[in-house]
Design a protein around this ligand. Structure first.
Ligand SMILES: *Cc1c(COP(=O)(O)O)cnc(C)c1O
Length: 629
């Protein structure tokens, strides 16, 4: 079983959290909770009619990460004898699901996390909560007049609001809205600076001089002038920058922090109340377990991040003799990525070997040639014979297109070639130095497993930006997998497949999986670390909509939310939120489901079907993915 964990990289990306039990099943051990057997969990849910795909959330992972980041900064502050402080803020855009937001806001208050909102609904979500006694509420994004009013309103409600100014126009709006009412409280202000330092990794365009966001130095000085004129300079308390998400190199972070700390120190001469330095997000997640600067990893830990960041700030502050800031981070990905697992099940292997017709009299010469090749190919001649087989197959397909080959012969050509490929694969496995070219050829034509989910809904980043997630089967870790597979989803889109899987050594182009000899046995697949951005970017392509959600609660579970069913599972309880029904999905596209049902009823009469209406309507009420059984 240890080998199996290595095979999938679980021993590295799974850390202390994902392991294997005696049954050969993967288990998830969230902080302060008993281990949960994911395979048994999936079977248990299926028995209750909750079919894959579903997302399983472990909110205690979020608390664990929040605590880890806070402790890391506390330790770094102590280690550097830094006299400033630290405050974490969770950016809502990373995951707006209620279970996630509740997890963040229910964390112990002494951890001191606030929320960051980037749109009106996000702000409404933040301001409707009880104000945090110490943590700031940050407001980012483009702010029109209504948004600015909401910010003033939130301040009135007792939140420590800091509006982060991204353009001169926003300062004007801030001052104008301030004059609209006799507000009792005025929000504080921050500035988003455009840094010269770029991030690293996929999102490096978010930083640097060409970035979409942030004020240039001239604009910063202009904002200061306007605020002084408007008699609001004392509101300016924070300097912010954000150089992108998933920064893979610690060096880039250090450079940015150094530049930002300099800017902070210099700006203090203009803005006497300046006391927060907000480093934005970007803290990387080690999706593949390699701890390298690879795009699916980061070459530092949370502790190293905190330690380096505090060190850089402390040394700039010592040099410039500026007032030490409260360091703010807006890490989102690092707090929530590993709390969620997407579970699907594998249905069938495509490309099954079907029997082919026996040799017969008037068989085409190409079919005969393919039979000969299949019979005589061996370790000595496989390079020549395999190329021949490709030629015969291609020629046969060509002849079919021009009308010289029957459909039966075309079927035989395909079937024989498939067998040659399988035999070649077996030969390659026995060779110490197999031909690279042929290995490449046979591997790209490997098995496909059909997974009952839509990547557009469950792993949208694999499709849109080639992000890689770790994946592993939930059972059979005591057995050696025999198939190298690609995962295809049930959408009708040719992009609906997963071609890369995170792995510490080299990301895998094919996932090793077990053959399903016993077709009645359930074989589930987990995609891990899907808790950041995937829920919010999920789309309804092909009308495969929101999946079921299962939240795993320990003994300290808060009361279940409305619309959520709670059931016991071993030592934990599960909060079930059913995914979108077909009706929900159609309604979201603007269809009037009532009148559609009416039409269906009418058709029943016209078509004189003997099927009952209730049977037909039952079809429309089935859960998000029409099951294939
Ligand atoms: C998206 C975003 C974040 C979160 O970034 P992560 O890389 O997920 O930590 C933080 N701050 C701002 C301004 C953002 O736009």
């Amino acid at each position: 079983m240890e080998n199996s964990l290595k095979r999938y990289g679980v021993d590295r990306w799974g850390g202390e959290t994902v392991g294997v039990n005696d049954a050969g099943h993967l288990q998830f051990r969230a902080p302060k909770q008993p281990a949960v057997d994911l395979h048994e969990l999936a079977l248990f849910l299926e028995k209750r009619g909750i079919r894959t795909p579903f997302v399983v959330r472990f909110p205690s992972m979020i608390h664990g990460q929040m605590e880890r980041l806070k402790r890391a900064f506390d330790a770094a502050i102590k280690e550097n004898a830094f006299v400033g402080d630290y405050a974490g803020v969770f950016p809502i855009k990373v995951n707006q699901r209620r279970a996630v937001i509740e997890a963040v806001t229910s964390a112990p208050r002494e951890l001191g996390y606030g929320l960051e909102a980037g749109s009106k609904p996000e702000l409404l979500l933040a301001m409707s909560r009880e104000p945090h006694p110490t943590a700031p509420m940050l407001i980012n994004g483009f702010k029109d007049r209504e948004f600015m009013r909401m910010a003033y309103h939130a301040a009135e409600l007792g939140h420590h609001v800091i509006v982060i100014i991204e353009s001169i126009r926003e300062v004007v709006r801030f001052l104008e809205v301030g004059r609209e009412h006799a507000w009792h409280k005025t929000p504080d202000l921050g500035l988003r600076a455009k840094l010269y330092t770029k991030g690293s990794g996929r999102w490096q365009g978010s930083g640097g001089e060409t970035s979409k966001f942030g004020l240039t130095t001239n604009e910063i000085l202009e904002v200061v002038r306007r605020l002084r004129e408007g008699d609001r300079l004392e509101r300016l308390v924070l300097l912010h920058f954000h150089i992108g998400s998933q920064i893979t190199r610690i060096k880039r972070i250090k450079q940015a922090v150094r530049e930002g700390a300099r800017l902070y120190s210099a700006l203090q001469a203009y803005a006497p109340q300046l006391r927060y330095l907000d480093l934005g997000g970007g803290l990387g997640v080690d999706y593949d377990g390699s701890r390298t600067s690879y795009p699916s990893s980061a070459n530092y830990t949370i502790e190293e991040y905190a330690s380096q960041v505090v060190y850089e700030i402390a040394s700039v502050i010592e040099e410039t003799e500026a007032r030490p800031p409260i360091i703010v981070t807006e890490s989102g990905r690092a707090l929530v990525a590993n709390h969620a697992v997407c579970i699907t099940d594998l249905r069938e292997v495509q490309g099954e070997l079907l029997p082919i017709p026996d040799k017969h009299e008037d068989e085409h010469r190409l079919i005969e040639a393919l039979r000969e090749t299949l019979e005589h190919i061996n370790a000595k001649n496989y390079e020549e014979y395999f190329h021949d087989a490709i030629d015969f197959r291609d020629e046969a397909l060509e002849l079919f297109s021009t009308g010289y080959l029957t459909i039966e012969d075309r079927a035989s050509a395909e079937g024989l070639f498939q067998r040659v490929r399988i035999k070649t694969t077996k030969i390659l496995e026995q060779l110490s130095r197999p031909s690279e070219e042929i290995t490449e050829y046979v591997s790209t034509a490997h098995h496909k497993y059909l997974a009952n989910f839509s990547i557009f809904q469950s792993l949208p980043d694999t499709w849109s930006i080639d992000h890689v997630f770790p994946a592993a089967p939930l059972s059979r870790h005591g057995e050696r997998p025999t198939l190298m597979t690609q995962i295809v989803d049930i959408t009708c889109d040719s992009d609906g497949c997963v071609n890369t899987f995170a792995h510490p050594e080299e990301n895998l182009r094919f996932l090793p999986l077990h053959e399903q000899l016993d077709k009645s046995e359930r074989y589930f697949l987990g995609f891990f670390m899907t808790g950041a951005y995937q829920d919010s970017l999920a789309n309804d392509h092909n009308l495969f909509s929101r999946t079921h959600e299962i939240v795993v609660r320990g003994a300290d579970a808060p009361p279940a939310l409305p619309g959520v069913e709670r059931i016991g599972f071993g030592e934990v309880s599960l909060d079930l939120k059913i995914g979108a029904t077909n009706e929900d999905t159609l309604a979201a596209m603007g269809f009037d489901v009532e009148s559609m049902l009416h039409e269906v009823r009418n058709r029943h009469r016209v078509a004189e079907t003997t099927l009952g209406e209730s049977w037909a309507l039952g079809l429309l009420q089935s859960y998000p993915y029409l099951t294939r059984e």
